[in-house]
Design a protein around this ligand. Structure first.
Ligand code: B16
Ligand code: MG
Length: 216
């Protein structure tokens, strides 16, 4: 195993809650319906435009393309207001230590996120320097479950996909990792992330050697 590729939202930080707040505000103020936290699960790892499509379908609503673009921009403005308040305290438990162990183990570190806000978030939480490569929504044309985001990460690191492991909290992200031909580590609930090679509730106390043994 030569590289670990990390998803951002749900693995490094919990921005899913901010995405939910901003989408909910849009649904309430502009679309005239509500979305539940349970429905928000369907938006994890899904691109901004596809998320809006899913919300509209959920509320049996349709909009013209110009309005969709305006609403996606508005949601992002509200989302950016929320992430601007993030600090290093927002890094999820176990992440910093796990990144250090990864580095010490001689394994490269990459980010594979479909978010166009990924880099500013890493800067806000002070860990942008920990990444050898950052692939985000500005560098890809297809969101998860398409494998593009992880294949680009491997390519930029010049490491073969089968020598990479993907860390993901979303079903769409695990599928993307598998389609890329990589090992997959689920972060969350095993009942949800059924397709992952192994699942941990979070990165607290995860040991590299034991993880690699479990994967092979
Ligand atoms: P943005 P990830 C994803 O990040 C989120 O899980 C998803 O909810 C969001 O819609 C997507 O980024 C796009 O984000 O609007 O900031 O470009 O899980 O791939 O790190
Ligand atoms: Mg995620």
């Amino acid at each position: 195993m030569k590289a670990f590729l990390f998803d951002l939202d749900g693995v490094i930080v919990d921005t899913a809650h901010f995405h939910y707040q901003a989408w909910r505000r849009l649904a309430n103020e502009k679309l005239g319906f509500d979305i539940s936290e349970e429905f928000n699960e369907n938006l994890k790892g899904i691109s901004r435009t596809e998320s809006l499509e899913r919300i509209l379908a959920h509320g049996n609503s349709t909009l013209d393309e110009a309005t969709k673009a305006a609403y996606a921009t508005l949601k992002n403005e509200w989302y950016v207001e929320l992430i601007n308040k993030m600090t290093p305290d927002d890094i999820l438990p176990g992440v910093k230590v796990f990144l250090e162990k990864t580095r010490q183990g001689g394994i490269k570190i990459g980010l594979g996120s479909v978010s166009k806000n990924a880099k500013p978030i890493l800067e806000k939480i002070g860990i942008v320097e920990d990444f050898d490569v950052i692939i985000d929504g500005t560098k890809i044309s297809k969101g998860k479950p398409d494998p593009e985001v992880f294949l680009k990460g491997a390519q930029e690191l010049q490491i073969a996909p089968h020598d990479c492991a993907v860390f993901e909290d979303a079903v769409a992200g695990i599928e993307a990792g598998k389609r890329a031909g990589m090992k997959t580590v689920g972060i969350g609930q095993a009942e949800v992330l059924k397709e992952a090679d192994i699942v941990f509730p979070n990165l607290v106390d995860v040991e590299i050697f034991e993880l690699l043994q479990a994967l092979f």
